[in-house]
Design a protein around this ligand. Structure first.
Ligand code: FES
Length: 79
């Protein structure tokens, strides 16, 4: 599987395997995404990936046409 550079809200950039769980990838980058239900219904884990909101607990790292992904917290921009 391909790895893709991901920019995290903490300013770090890591290579993440496409298809990896977002929560795992974030952990590895030292970013903690808040979670609640872990089942896709509460929205606590929402992040913006290249401007698109996803629920991290039920999503995996997508391939990006731009060749890079930029992650922001959807709920708290000052995290
Ligand atoms: S933890 Fe509830 S939607 Fe992800």
């Amino acid at each position: 599987m391909a790895a893709i550079p991901v920019r995290w809200p903490n300013g770090r950039e890591t290579k993440v395997e496409v298809g990896q769980d977002w929560l795992e990838a974030a952990n590895a980058a030292g970013v903690s995404i808040p979670t609640g239900c872990m089942g896709g219904s509460c929205g606590a884990c929402e992040i913006d990936v290249n401007g698109k909101t996803v629920r991290a607990c039920i999503s995996t790292v997508p391939a990006a046409k731009s060749g890079q992904l930029c992650v922001e917290f959807a709920t708290d921009p000052f995290w």
